[in-house]
Design a protein around this ligand. Structure first.
Ligand code: M6R
Length: 356
């Protein structure tokens, strides 16, 4: 897992490689039928599980930002319920392995209902998912061996952002918008390198976390799925119970859990929701909670309020969730290491869930 965390700048660079021409995303990257299917697309339905589902939740923010309605659901729920017909649906499945049973079954169910096409976002070219989909987008992360998904998460989000850009052209967004985001995407590998440089600091912080029984991850907007991912990583690797929560929902229940035994990780980049996050963090501090903030480089003020700060470089708020995924992985990795857990083979887990 440690090796795969550090491969992320390369995995993202390889996923971008050959898919960009100047400041545009090449539509052909999604397959020969892409233009035809995208022209009919009025909305997107994303299906995935686990970490891949979290990538889909981030992408929902991007699709809706460019005017494309988007729903995201885990395959195990989608496959067993009735669906109201919605015309012009592009089904997007996301799966590292391309063999997750519930995702594959949901794809079959969606095809039965009538969709304009299916697109599999996958890291395994010869997988069932790629075979059964009309279009595919391969992440070029290389094989992922660690049970916990890391490099395929950031690479999947990179691919989903490229998909949002090709759809944005059909929803009134001009070449200037695409050029701006493509520039940000090109800068991602070096920004990821910078985040990886703070590993030693995160390893130190992990010691204070290691003997806790619970943890809470708070965020808002497109960073909320990254909070879910942080909690998932911590649970699966270190066996510490953790929950990801939309920061403002804390007042509707979990705030009663806050005390000095409940560490809180707060994802609070400098964006439109920063002041809102600040007030949520104040609420935690007022109740004696310990806060680790994941904040934007240069935000010195936050140090006065919280117990620890993990800084990530400043990038456009649109792609910032991709960067903030990395401290989540490193934190979970170092806590699990400190606790002596079997990081690459956590108990009870398989890399790919091919049965129900
Ligand atoms: O191969 P897939 O992306 O379809 O797998 C989905 C989940 O099983 C997977 O992401 C799982 O949640 C990981 N262990 C998370 O680290």
């Amino acid at each position: 897992m440690h090796k795969e965390i550090h491969e992320q700048p390369r995995a993202v660079a390889d996923t971008l490689e050959g898919r960009l021409a100047g400041d545009r995303v090449l539509e052909q990257a999604f397959g020969p039928q892409a233009m035809n299917i995208f022209n009919q697309t009025q909305q997107v339905q994303i299906i995935a599980s686990g970490t891949s589902y979290h990538a889909g939740l981030v992408a929902k923010h991007w699709f809706e930002y460019v005017g494309v309605p988007c729903e995201v659901e885990v395959g195990s729920e989608y496959r067993y319920r009735r669906h109201a017909p919605r015309g012009g649906t592009l089904l997007v499945t996301i799966s590292q392995s391309g063999e997750t049973a519930d995702t594959l079954a949901a794809l079959v169910e969606a095809q039965r209902q009538g969709i304009v096409g299916s697109l599999g976002g996958c890291n395994t070219p010869e997988s069932s998912l790629v075979r059964e989909s009309d279009l595919s987008f391969m992440t070029h992360s290389g094989p992922e061996i660690g049970v916990a998904s890391t490099k395929t998460f950031t690479a999947a989000m990179t691919g989903l952002m490229m998909l949002a850009l090709v759809l944005s052209r059909r929803h009134g967004f001009d070449a200037g918008f695409e050029a701006h985001v493509v520039k940000q995407l090109r800068s991602l590998p070096s920004a990821l390198e910078k985040v990886l440089e703070i590993e030693d600091e995160i390893a130190q912080m992990a010691k204070a976390f290691g003997n806790k029984a619970n943890a809470l991850f708070l965020a808002r907007g497109a960073h909320y799925p990254i909070a879910l991912e942080g909690a998932l990583k911590l649970k699966e690797l270190s066996y510490i119970h953790a929950e990801g929560y939309p920061a403002a929902e804390m007042k509707h229940g979990p705030i009663s859990l806050i005390d000095d035994e409940m560490p809180v990780v707060a994802l609070m980049p400098r964006d439109d929701l920063y002041e809102k996050m600040l007030s949520n963090v104040n609420e935690v501090k007022a109740r004696g909670g310990t806060v680790i903030a994941v904040a934007t480089e240069g935000n010195e003020d936050i140090k006065k309020l919280v117990d620890e700060v993990i800084y990530v470089p400043e990038v456009s708020s649109l792609i910032n969730p991709v960067l903030m995924a990395v401290p989540m992985q490193l934190l979970a990795y170092h806590i699990a290491l400190w606790r002596g857990c079997d990081i690459d083979q956590p108990r009870n887990l398989a890399k790919s869930v091919t049965v129900e």
